[in-house]
Design a protein around this ligand. Structure first.
Ligand SMILES: Cc1cc2nc3c(=O)[nH]c(=O)nc-3n(C[C@H](O)[C@H](O)[C@H](O)COP(=O)(O)OP(=O)(O)OC[C@H]3O[C@@H](n4cnc5c(N)ncnc54)[C@H](O)[C@@H]3O)c2cc1C
Length: 415
């Protein structure tokens, strides 16, 4: 396949999906001096669907962000990251008796500026900084076609755009993947979860004990229910940090919060999926309170104070095995190629790693240093290796916390 340089012009890169991975790639390409890029995002605006939950950032994810973001955005990232560094996982039963928990090493140690967790909405706003002319909102990708070595992307509004490369960064339900690899799908692990957010002040008022306040807490209930509770305490509130580091970005006020994820196997939940996924935030909150009736009141208090409008139902899914796509001008990135359950806290980190790695590959192609197919094949070989490791680690933790998960081929193919 010709590189555009062979045709005497720079590479034109179309990115489908302005989520974590797609935006990080766009930032990295801009830093590398590549300007002929466009990101198409189905959300109508930067506010999007709020989904204001917390993301753990691994050493690999932080490295990728620092490689791709301009200095000012990195400062904003550090300033808005989680203040309380985690000392590993703390595990309890539902009466708050301590239990055994796996330990995790962080090679960054306790570096004062390390970024080990961020608010997802704040991260997305940082990733969008200075991309005004690059990201087109309200553009839902429907399909692509190959025309004379170029790729034409089509959108629901009837528009289209032509590029040399199309990056599929459109997440777990990727429409690009649906066209290119229709047989691929993330397997349903059978776990149903309720994701929610409780303002920190409300949780503390409800009696959350001191020992649980600044740690990643995992609670095992006797009735098959699990709770993961994670603090997000901003080093500097996002609005104040933006005023200091990037005036004009206009961040919203966001208070400190706890993210909670209740999970249960669907057999224990005993509700059909169509009822579960149709529940409102209030109904989901009531469901958790009903199912945790015997739990320690300090834990139930966290959920009683949760924000109904930030409460969502979820199914845990995983791509098994992670496989490369045929090397060409349609290139996968992030959840589109490797969906994994959030139990390992590495899905976004893996998407960020992809973004930094694909950025290096496309930069080399643009500079005429490598043919496109070689660069894409190498990017994918490495991506499959670390994404497989990340998926397996996430599955191991899902299995540790949810004994009912059956990872056998037969079960997964029925899911
Ligand atoms: C509850 C929960 C907690 C999590 N916690 C963590 C964590 O702590 N750490 C971690 O590393 N990961 C975590 N993850 C996983 C992480 O959120 C994902 O892995 C990550 O967002 C994947 O990034 P992505 O860029 O591939 O996809 P996304 O961030 O999902 O972005 C895809 C984008 O594509 C857009 N899009 C989709 N279809 C179209 C279309 N047809 N046309 C145009 N645009 C489209 C979407 O609107 C979206 O903006 C968590 C996930 C969940 C659900």
């Amino acid at each position: 396949m010709d590189t555009p340089r062979d045709r005497g012009r720079p590479l034109r890169i179309i990115i489908i999906g302005g989520g974590i991975g797609g935006l990080c790639l766009a930032q990295g390409l801009r830093q590398a001096g590549i300007d002929d890029i466009v990101v198409y995002e189905r959300d109508e605006s930067a506010r999007g669907r709020m989904q204001g939950y917390r993301l753990r950032i691994s050493p690999e994810g932080e490295r990728a962000l620092r490689q791709c973001l301009p200095r000012q955005a990195q400062d904003l990232l550090t300033a808005t990251s989680n203040k309380r560094h985690e000392e590993g996982l703390a595990a309890y039963d539902d009466q708050l008796n301590p239990q055994w928990a796996p330990a995790f090493d962080d090679p960054r140690g306790d570096a004062p500026d390390k970024v080990d967790a961020v608010d997802r909405v704040t991260l997305r706003r940082i990733l969008l900084a200075d991309l005004d002319g690059v990201v087109r909102f309200g553009k839902r990708f429907t399909h692509y076609e190959q025309v004379d070595g170029e790729v034409v992307a089509h959108f629901a509004d009837g528009g289209s755009d032509t590029g040399d490369v199309l990056v599929a960064a459109d997440g777990a339900n990727s429409q690009v993947r649906a066209q290119l690899r229709p047989a691929d799908r993330a397997h349903d692990l059978g776990v149903r979860a309720i994701l929610s957010r409780t303002p920190r002040a409300g949780a503390i008022e409800a009696g959350l004990p001191e020992v649980l306040r600044d740690r990643f807490v995992n609670v095992t209930g006797s009735n098959g229910l699990r709770l993961a509770l994670m603090p997000m305490v901003f080093r500097t509130p996002p609005r104040e940090a933006a005023e200091r580091f990037w005036p004009g970005l206009g961040f919203d006020d966001t208070e400190d919060y706890y993210m909670s994820v209740f999970s249960v196997h669907r057999e224990v939940l005993g509700l059909p999926d169509d009822s579960f996924f149709a529940m409102t935030g209030e109904e989901l909150r009531e469901l958790v309170l009903e199912r945790t009736a015997g739990w320690h009141p300090h834990l139930r208090g966290v959920f009683a104070h949760s924000e109904a409008e930030e409460t969502y139902p979820l199914a845990l899914r995983a791509t098994l095995p992670v496989e490369p796509w045929a090397p060409g001008n349609v290139i996968p990135l992030g959840d589109a190629v490797h969906t994994m359950p959030p139990t390992g806290g590495v899905g976004a980190n893996t998407a960020l790693r992809d973004a930094a790695s694909l950025c290096r590959a496309l930069t080399a192609v643009t500079r005429g240093e490598r043919p496109l197919l070689d660069a894409v094949a190498e990017y994918q070989a490495e991506m499959v290796r670390y994404a497989t490791e990340a998926t397996n680690m996430s599955l191991k933790i899902a299995k540790w916390s949810m004994q009912k998960i059956d990872l056998s081929e037969k079960k997964l193919s029925q899911a």
